[in-house]
Design a protein around this ligand. Structure first.
Ligand SMILES: [Cu+2]
Length: 222
């Protein structure tokens, strides 16, 4: 016969095992979601670029003058950079324009409780030099695959340094259908009739579930 003390200890051990098991599950899920997903790596999305250029040095005050839009983004919420792969919404059912109001395109409609809001801010974002005919690279880190990709570029005359981005400022320039999972997927983009600074806006409709990604990449067409 077990003494009451030993029974009590057994119960505590059993309860601890359950709690630890639950914790292990939770942390696996968190790690899974943090290491999953993806982004546009070239021309880099705003938060991917800020992470790439400053992730190892994000408190360097010289960023404020060298890369002011990244600086304001890091000040607003560093998690927008640490989670460069998590700029998505779920359950949009393809109604992207209904889910995302004008002025909020770069934050996917203030997704993830507003974590990415600073990416909507018009300004002098560091931009990649591209020819009007360029290759877009998408990093499908989680190997979701795609139902489709859509690539838009702003119309000539739009000024990303002063104007908030709205759907009406964009022109669809490339579209790709069903794509099997692959780490790096490239899309050839042709954006004729443009010079100077523009925003490339990419939508990735992932295949594993209704999860859609929205990325602003800054470019200067030469
Ligand atoms: Cu994902």
């Amino acid at each position: 016969m077990s003494s009451p003390a030993r029974v009590g200890r057994k119960l505590v051990v059993r309860a601890l095992t359950v709690v630890l098991g639950a914790l292990a599950l939770v942390s696996t899920t968190l790690v899974g979601s943090a290491s999953a997903h993806g982004s546009v790596t070239d021309p880099p999305s705003r938060n991917y670029g800020c992470w790439q250029r400053w992730g190892s040095n994000f408190q360097d005050p010289s960023m404020a003058t060298k890369d002011p839009m990244c600086w304001q983004a890091w000040q607003a919420d560093p998690n927008a950079m640490w989670n460069w792969n998590g700029l998505y919404r779920e359950g949009v059912a393809g109604n992207h324009q209904a889910a995302i109001p004008d002025g909020q395109l770069c934050s996917a409609g203030h997704t993830q409780s507003g974590r990415y809001n600073a990416l909507d801010k018009p300004g002098n974002w560091t931009a990649a030099q591209k020819s009007r005919n360029f290759t877009l690279n998408i990093y499908d880190q989680a190997l979701h695959g795609a139902d489709y990709y859509r690539v838009y570029v702003t119309k000539q005359g739009f000024d990303p340094t002063t104007q908030p981005l709205g759907w009406g400022n964009l022109e669809l320039v490339a579209q790709v259908g069903k794509t099997p999972p692959t780490s790096n997927f490239t899309i050839n983009v042709n954006a004729p009739g443009r010079t100077g600074r523009h925003i490339v806006y990419t939508i990735w409709q992932a295949s594993h579930m209704d999860q859609s990604y929205y990325w602003c990449s800054d470019v200067i067409f030469s």
